[in-house]
Write a protein that binds this ligand. Structure first.
Ligand SMILES: *Cc1c(COP(=O)(O)O)cnc(C)c1O
Length: 411
């Protein structure tokens, strides 16, 4: 048997769609937690406090607001588990992640025959997937039209589609669900903790699922925040669902949510890590101390500065999210996106290409909300372009402009 040397993972500049750079305070909380089991009193108290902080993050009074252990897709799996074989669903996709969500929905809504016919990519007739072109948003009109035509039981959309960097119309989605009597389900993986919104302003959206590693910034495998309305929970209570571990009602017990009420004494559901609880608790404290509105404004400002800088380099931005810039390289470098990204990644500057066609470059600013960080990102990206022969990039002038934008905020 081979004994491998200790695994050393280098520090990189995490400037992609996610995971974002984890705050040192979150890592310290992780490392400084004592060992304690999942029913120890402070671990349980931490879970009760997390539950309350998540209601604040989501802007909701939904009792069923808590964390699903794992990553974004763990929370989405929980939310989408309410969909049963044969249920009618209309789902929108405009990029990689909503595409995977639609795959999950097609699996969950499949009857055994549908699944056997194409086990990894089933296509049950009861699911309608509306494909919205990459680089564009799902609009309210599209949702009204599709729900009006199909009158589904469930409707699904991603709030912010990280694959293409596009914000979809949540207001329109909610209105269409309300009008056509559909229960709305939303992937809020990329928007929670960055966008300033209240889930309760969208009452026809009955389920929300987010993740630990984007706006919430609590990476060390922690929790995917979820929030379910009473209508959603009543549906699951009546019909059940085919999972124990990610069950929307059963999972909530460990967070002190039993029979639709907050209770003082939680019940065991699965083992929760004291380290995960301590670090996730700290991540939420950081976000709420920053303030939802303030944080959203800070993202918008910093994204704006980065967008201007890459535009000055001749790139064309097609995204409108405030945590991520998705761009096409100037014509002269077109087709060399992957080469450029690989070059940056080799230098520890971890940007990303798009994962589905067309190939574009994605530069993210999760937890990079400072002049120093944005300058670093702009400077490294300018170097990468210059290395590939984009000689008209005036790096000094662009960095001067970045500096001026920050100076203007201090004046
Ligand atoms: C990142 C992302 C996911 C997947 O999250 P994981 O943490 O990788 O499981 C799902 N949906 C959206 C919109 C995302 O941005």
């Amino acid at each position: 048997m081979t004994i491998f040397p200790p695994l050393i993972i280098p520090e990189t500049l995490a400037a992609g769609p996610g995971p974002g750079n984890t705050d040192p305070r979150v890592l310290a909380a992780f490392a400084n937690s004592g060992i304690a089991d999942h029913m120890q009193i402070d671990v349980l108290r931490g879970m009760q406090e997390i539950k309350l902080m998540l209601r604040e993050m989501f802007g909701t009074k939904n009792i069923h607001t808590y964390g699903i252990a794992g990553t974004g897709f763990s929370g989405l799996d929980c939310m989408l588990s309410a969909i049963q074989p044969g249920d009618s669903v209309v789902a929108f996709t405009n990029g990689t992640f909503s595409g995977i969500d639609c795959q999950t929905i097609r699996m969950k809504a499949s009857a055994p025959d549908d699944l056997a016919a194409n086990p990894l990519q089933p296509n049950p007739e009861n699911v309608t997937v509306i494909e919205v072109p990459h680089g564009t948003s799902v609009t309210g009109e599209m949702v009204y039209a599709a729900l009006g035509e199909h009158k589904p039981m469930w409707a699904f959309m991603a709030h912010w589609e990280t694959g293409s960097g596009r914000i979809n119309d949540l207001q329109g989605f909610n209105g269409a669900c309300e009008k056509h009597g559909a229960m709305g389900l939303v992937d809020a993986v990329s928007s929670l903790g960055i966008a300033d919104f209240n889930a309760d302003d969208y009452p026809a959206v009955v389920g929300w699922a987010s993740c630990p590693q984007k706006g919430v910034l609590g990476l060390p495998l922690t929790y995917a925040p979820v929030s379910f309305s009473d209508a959603y929970i009543e549906t699951v209570a009546k019909r059940g669902c085919y999972t124990y571990v990610n069950h929307p009602i059963l999972s909530a017990r460990h967070w002190g949510i039993v029979d639709g009420k907050d209770v003082d004494v939680p019940a065991y559901h699965q083992t929760h890590s004291c380290y995960a609880i301590a670090s996730f608790h700290e991540a939420l404290r950081i976000s709420l101390t920053h303030g939802r509105a303030e944080k959203a404004a800070d993202y918008a400002f910093h994204e704006g500065v980065l967008r201007e800088a890459v535009t000055a380099m001749g790139c064309k931005v097609s995204s409108n999210m405030t945590s991520l810039v998705v761009l096409n390289l100037p014509d002269a470098l077109s087709g060399r996106e992957k080469e450029l990204v690989q070059g940056c990644r080799a230098e520890g500057f971890a940007i990303w290409p798009t994962l589905s066609e067309p190939v574009q470059v994605r530069i993210g600013i999760l937890n990079q909300l400072s002049e120093e960080s944005i300058k670093d990102i702009v400077s490294r990206f300018a170097d990468a372009m210059l290395n590939m022969g984009a000689n008209d990039v005036d790096k000094d002038a662009i960095l001067k402009q970045v500096k001026a934008r920050f100076a203007a905020t201090k004046a």
